[in-house]
Design a protein around this ligand. Structure first.
Ligand SMILES: NC(=O)c1ccc[n+]([C@@H]2O[C@H](COP(=O)([O-])OP(=O)(O)OC[C@H]3O[C@@H](n4cnc5c(N)ncnc54)[C@H](OP(=O)(O)O)[C@@H]3O)[C@@H](O)[C@H]2O)c1
Length: 411
């Protein structure tokens, strides 16, 4: 157990934020800002696309280290840091520059930072796998928003995680973790993940042919980064979450269901063997599950607004339309196949989403491409997964997805 866990916040937790400039990262900083006695950020990492924001965060939080993936952006970050320090009234002598780590391995190096108690991995994509493994190997608690690392390398991640070391950040999995406190594991019958249904809920497949990136990026209830927003529109995000739930909670795929809940207030549910269902409900605001993860197993007071019961509300629950949105069923199939199949599903999707957002692929082409790449993938899941086998499968899937998005699936 990490020092401070379960002590109701009486010990300050030292946190490393990977993906500090993104949607989850900036909301995590909101939580830290509001709770300086509970959390101190010792390191931040980003890709390098927003050097000024990264520098401003480093200065405000007083971090020990900053990691940037694009080596070419390191100088921009350094210059932005000096400019931010000057702007804040520091003279050169007063300001101590944080250690700057640069390059593709910088986030993994920071994930193993010796002064950290907890690492929040809020990077997007399976590039998060190496930092996930590094944080676990260093013995830090890992608050995992980067579901792709668990999807791509599930058995590698779970083999390295001590009980309680891995804490979910995704709102659905946070909800499940909270609901699971209501009974013993042997009393759980099934997990029910809720899905908002995304911007195209209710449309049939033939009504999805012409949707544009701008329409796909307009999520009805959640404000997220572009890849995860697009994944919500295709329901690939829900497919990834089914695989994530399988690895986090060690339940077979047949015991993990999905139900559409357009209001995104019930974040997921656990059904117990006696017929009782426990649900976690709160307005859609990622700051709550982020705070739950940062403070687990404690709660952060006033982390987000609760439901207002004084005004009327209706909650709907609808079955998922697997024909219009086949991504969840496909995820179950790759999950059941195991091996590198989930990594292939995720990597092919990352490439197909990039092609869609660039206007090179129609919306329906995203999941069609993933299905075609997964169908061609040879791994039957028999051999033990290694980091090398995941990387090789991903690189094959990316290449194949790009070939298909250029030529069109089936050619
Ligand atoms: N957003 C949500 O509400 C939400 C909810 C549940 C789960 N999640 C999951 O959380 C993860 C992050 O989502 P997001 O919406 O916050 O994404 P996002 O807004 O796109 O942010 C991604 C972050 O990762 C950084 N990054 C990119 N490449 C990196 C690298 N090689 N090393 C270190 N940092 C790197 C980006 O830095 P730059 O600024 O330099 O690009 C940015 O800070 C995803 O796995 C997503 O599925 C998100």
């Amino acid at each position: 157990m990490t020092p401070g866990l379960g002590d109701n916040g009486s010990v300050t937790r030292d946190v490393v934020l990977l993906g500090s400039t993104g949607s989850v990262g900036t909301q995590a900083i909101d939580i830290v800002r509001a709770n300086p006695e509970r959390f101190r950020v010792v390191g931040i990492a980003a890709g390098g696309d927003r050097p000024e924001l990264l520098a401003a965060q480093a200065l405000e939080l007083g971090v020990q280290a900053v990691a940037v993936a694009k080596a070419s952006a390191a100088e921009d970050v350094q210059l932005a840091l000096y400019a931010a320090a000057q702007g804040a009234g520091y003279s050169r002598g007063e300001f101590s520059m944080p250690k700057l780590l640069a390059g593709p391995d910088a986030a993994a190096e920071l994930a193993a930072w010796p002064d950290a108690d907890l690492v929040l991995n809020a990077m997007t994509g399976s590039i998060g796998l190496a930092p996930t493994l590094a944080a676990l190997e260093a013995g830090h608690t890992l608050a995992l928003a980067n579901k792709e690392s668990l999807v791509a390398g599930g058995p590698l991640v779970t083999a390295r995680a001590r009980p309680g070391q891995l804490v979910p950040v995704d709102s659905e999995h946070s909800a499940l973790a909270q609901c699971l406190r209501a009974g013993a594991r042997s009393e759980v019958r099934r997990l029910v993940l809720t899905a908002s249904g995304g911007p195209f809920r209710g449309r049939g497949r033939d009504e999805l042919t012409d949707v544009t990136p701008a329409q796909a990026l307009a999520h009805p209830t959640w404000d997220m980064g572009p890849v995860v927003t697009c994944n919500s529109a295709t329901l690939v995000n829900k497919g990834l979450e089914v695989i994530e739930a399988h690895f986090l909670f060690d339940l077979p795929y047949d015991d993990i269901d999905v139900v559409v809940h357009p209001q995104s207030v019930v974040h997921s549910m656990v059904e117990f063997i006696d017929g009782s269902t426990i649900a976690q409900a709160s307005p859609p605001d990622m700051r709550l599950p982020i705070a739950v993860a940062l403070a687990w197993p404690d709660r952060v007071p006033a982390a987000a607004s609760p439901i207002d019961w004084s005004s009327g509300a209706s909650w709907e629950f609808l079955p998922l339309d697997d024909e219009a949105f086949p991504a969840v069923q496909l995820a179950r199939e790759v999950g059941a196949r195991g091996g590198t199949a989930p990594a292939v599903y995720n990597a092919a999707n990352e490439e197909a989403v990039a092609a869609f957002l660039d206007g090179r692929l129609p919306f329906l082409g995203i999941v069609d491409t993933v299905a075609a790449v997964v169908a061609e993938h040879a791994d039957a899941g028999g051999s033990a997964l290694t980091v090398a086998s995941v990387l090789a499968a991903e690189s094959w899937a990316r290449r194949r997805a790009n070939e298909l998005t250029t030529k069109g699936p089936g050619r």
